[in-house]
Design a protein around this ligand. Structure first.
Ligand SMILES: [Zn+2]
Length: 581
């Protein structure tokens, strides 16, 4: 084909629907049909849970949808003013949340899909130096007229030709779900952001209440929405495109009744649209135009551009207290362990043992792979792991007990799941494989085994019921997760209840743990098992009760970090004795 012909073909829009060969986020190919919406197939990736259209609508179909009247217009002048006021109120709210996340300084801001510039006008007034990118030429013109110094580029991000590392903040509001390849798009955003720059995304979420409630009738299922994220898949997409410190919040929007009613008139939903129409006849007009902050169908996602590393790093945290018999063996095995494509840092937290474990730990003081933290007093395993987490710098975290109950050979399979991006949080399950009853088999102590196994069943059922899970072994010590999952989380538990706290706070942040079978050799109490039979179950019950209801507010945690930084205090001042933090 000649160059001329090729160019002509590129210029013309295609009316073919492009198929998606592999999942946008994890690259998996086990992608199954869910249902059809407006003559489009909605599919779900079996591996990571991403929902998307496959095939995608053709260029022609999308061009027809994105006509001049694409933005929700209003027929009356009054309604038009109200819609503008709604957009400004939402923009004000987004800007205040962004300040909470990144601190008070402004700088250079890029908004992709800036529309007629509602957000940019406000950001400019708040001291940002703004740039917009917008697909619709009419909207571009409008935005240019409204801005004082800011500029608007007409077209798409990838063709805008922006120089690398020039923005402090990038805002993508109701755009990510429209792009053909979300990961390529995010990588381009990563390129144009300055190191440590902030990315803010607002996008619909299939784990929002409206999606759960309306199911296939969810108003966000439409031809131009090509990808449907949830809290977990958006975090994986960001992780894979080089962003860290991700915080996902419910997507508050400032809306009024009139706007919601018009939306459902345009995209009718059985019984909701009629009910809204009826209410519109009854409610006073003033009430219909009043602004309310409501959780709608989406999420707000905050993240930061991370530096790149030659290889991802795994942090292995080893809490060690009175493990003299096994500590040395375990450390040698760990240091011998080769993980292709990954670097390892080992963080030993020694809690002033009385059986020689401290002396054994001090032998690794000068080892380049080992960070050593020495506690004055044993304050519980949870406290030790929390200290370890504060100095961990890896992309992934694995908690390894200093005994030999778990098998290091299982590392590879557990980590592969994370590295591939199929999940963010993996549990090594002692109930998988063929050793169904392996968990508690103490020779000659049948009664004790039975008691512990029943206890295990009871607590597992309780957790599954309280947190809507289907786990088999939530109490495994073998937990592997992306360190980024912890951003904005605080931990308080000191003893074995820390395992509950970690598990449940990750679940409540939207991570679905994946269980993979691991090898396990149970120790008896005589061999040094440290769980106390009567005291610990009571702390577990108490922990479960408060973990079900405790407020998880990652934004408050981030704000406290800014305050601590400003006051000159370093947040979480844990130091490894042999490494500078
Ligand atoms: Zn996937």
């Amino acid at each position: 084909m000649s160059d001329q012909k090729m160019t002509n073909r590129m210029d013309r829009r295609s009316n073919e629907r492009p198929p998606v060969k592999a999942c946008h986020v994890c690259g998996g190919v086990r992608v199954y049909y869910l249902f059809s919406t407006a003559d489009h197939r909605v599919v779900r990736c079996e591996d990571c849970g991403l929902v998307f259209l496959n095939p995608q609508p053709s260029d022609d179909e999308l061009a027809r949808i994105y006509g001049a009247d694409y933005f929700l217009g209003s027929d009356s002048e009054e309604g038009h003013l109200a819609a503008g006021e709604i957009k400004r109120a939402t923009a004000r709210f987004y800007l205040s949340e962004i300040r909470r996340y990144r601190g008070p300084e402004s700088g250079r801001l890029l908004e992709i899909g800036c529309g007629a510039g509602d957000f940019l006008v406000l950001a400019e007034a708040e001291g940002w130096h703004v740039t917009g990118v917008e697909y619709s030429p009419i909207a571009c013109e409008k935005a240019r007229l409204r801005l004082k110094n800011g500029s608007v580029l007409c077209g798409e991000l990838q063709s805008a030709g922006l120089a690398a590392e020039q923005f402090d903040l990038c805002v993508i509001s109701d755009v990510l779900e429209h792009v053909r390849s979300p990961l390529n798009f995010l990588r381009e955003v990563h390129r144009v952001l300055k190191p440590d720059g902030t990315l803010f995304i607002a996008t619909p979420s299939i784990d929002s209440w409206s999606a759960r409630f309306l199911r296939q009738k969810w108003m966000e299922f439409k031809a131009e929405h090509l990808t449907y994220f949830d809290r977990q898949t958006v975090q994986t997409a960001l992780f894979k495109s080089g962003f860290r410190d991700v915080i996902v919040q419910p997507g508050w929007k400032i809306l009024n009744f009139d706007y919601v009613k018009k939306h459902f008139q345009r995209f009718p939903v059985p019984w909701i649209t009629p009910v809204l129409n009826l209410a519109a006849r009854i409610l006073p007009k003033r009430m219909q135009l009043r602004h309310n902050r409501i959780v709608a169908s989406g999420i707000m996602v905050f993240s930061r551009k991370a530096g790149s590393r030659p290889q991802p790093v795994l942090s292995v945290i080893v809490p060690a207290y009175n493990e003299g018999k096994t500590f040395g063996l375990m450390m040698e095995a760990l240091l011998r362990k080769d993980l292709p494509g990954l670097q390892m840092e080992i963080i030993v937290v020694e809690s002033n043992s009385t059986d020689g474990t401290r002396a054994a730990a001090l032998k690794y003081k000068n080892h380049p792979k080992v960070k050593l933290i020495l506690e004055d007093l044993p304050r519980g395993k949870g406290q030790a792991v929390r200290m370890g987490l504060k100095v961990a710098s890896g992309d992934y975290v694995l908690i390894q007990d200093a005994d030999l109950e778990y098998d290091l050979e299982d590392y590879d399979a557990l980590l592969e799941q994370l590295v591939a991006g199929r999940s963010a949080f993996v549990l090594g399950s002692r109930h998988g494989g063929h050793n169904v009853l392996k968990m508690r088999q103490f020779t000659g102590q049948l009664g004790l085994s039975l008691f512990l196994n029943l206890g295990h069943r009871f607590f597992t059922t309780l957790i599954n019921m309280l947190f809507l899970q289907r786990l088999h072994d939530p109490f495994t010590m073998f937990k592997v997760f992306r360190r980024d999952c912890l951003s904005g989380l605080e931990f308080k538990c000191n003893r074995f209840d820390f395992d509950f706290e970690l598990l449940i706070k990750l679940i409540r942040r939207g991570y679905r743990p994946v269980e993979l079978p691991v090898n396990y050799r149970s120790r008896s109490f005589k061999e040094g098992k440290k769980v106390r039979m009567f005291r610990d179950p009571l702390t577990w019950l108490r922990a479960l009760a408060w973990l079900r209801f405790v407020k998880i507010d990652p934004m408050r945690v981030v704000e406290q970090m800014h305050c601590a930084d400003q006051a000159g205090k370093s947040f979480g001042s844990v130091k490894a004795v042999n490494h500078k933090p």
